[in-house]
Design a protein around this ligand. Sequence first.
Ligand code: NAP
Length: 397
Amino acid sequence: MANLVSLGPDGAFVTPERPVIPIIIGDGIGPELWRAARPVLDAAVAKSGHAPIDWLETPAGRKALEETGEYLPASTLETLKEHRISLKGPLATPVGGGLRSLNVAIRKELDLYACIRPVRWFPGGPSPVRRPEKVDMVIFRENTEDVYAGLEWPAGSPEAEELSRFAAERLGAAIRPHSALGLKPMSEFGSKRLIRMALKWALDRKAPNLTLVHKGNIMKFTEGAFRAWGYELAREEFGALTVPESEAQDGDGRLVIKDRIADNMFLQTLLRPDEYSVLALPNLNGDYLSDALAAQIGGLGLAPGANVGDGLAVFEATHGTAPKYVGQDKVNPGSLILSGAMMLEFMGWTEAAEKVRAAVARTIAAGLVTYDLARQMTGVTPLTTSAFGRAAAENLT
Ligand code: NAP
């Protein structure tokens, strides 16, 4: 169909003149965030000379349950697949429901194997560190494997007992009685496709370096393999364009591949963040580091993200439904607005994406911020969600 995003021969998204983009408005604070974010995105698109986006409201979460009897209707997944690119608000995890998490279900069903989170400080905004202008990184977190694969069993369960027996009898590994057990699968395929995406991103944007973050000193065959596969992939598929840090010379011009042990990486991001640009991490390390880095730039209110697979991407803020603030017109719509900017960039509408980012930057620089940033600053009166949205829209050039 003429208004669907498609894929070019190189696998990049091709956006039609007037695209239809699904929007999952989401639960909790979702509707108030969308009311604030939409005018900013629409105005940036118009100011960049594009025809408007036709937003296609797509049900998921509580609203879907009320309308269809299901939290995540099969038709919603079909819509996300068919349209390739979509924007999503936060979804509450159903308590006691059959689904572990709607967000995880969407990522699994669409095989969105990379969680991409850019972390950048906006001048004028708060930060707990002294030199936040040095923080400008993009995190690529593996989204499907590792201890998050859901392969775990309670202490005393037949599965845990059986696994313990197998470990003792077949592997000579003694496990303390009545232990809960989990598996940590990390495959060459899963690691390499994540690292490949990060490498391409870094090369496309002429980033100076890419760092493989792992805990391979202790978990030698899982995390250690992530590191080894990363170097192998860079050498075999991008050999002319990359160089390991140990061989890099000043002014080399090639993408420098580094690796850091995860605990050291937390230290590095506080002490020397400007030495790192693109990070590739397994699932658990990536989860921890994403929030730690978001804290350095003011918190979850300015933390955009995307879950990306091959030819499919769902853009969403890092935060959840913030139940305690629902209906108060209080929370920061910045994460959703900036996730929208990421989406525009993936669509190839880079001018519109830049306009959105610049408008957010101008708004923050003028001291116009919501409660979450205001409470870390002095003498600043917080704006409401809707007022921040209006200010950002007015700051579009
Ligand atoms: P949360 O919704 O992210 O909220 C935790 C805290 O983060 C809030 O109380 C608030 O901090 C801050 N926060 C979140 N969004 C903010 C925003 N837009 N502006 C400013 N501050 C913001 O996490 P949760 O309370 O643990 O989870 C609530 C529900 O959301 C759960 O059902 C969870 O499963 C779901 N969830 C969904 C997603 C997703 O859809 N991708 C992600 C995470 C969680 P203060 O209280 O300090 O002001």
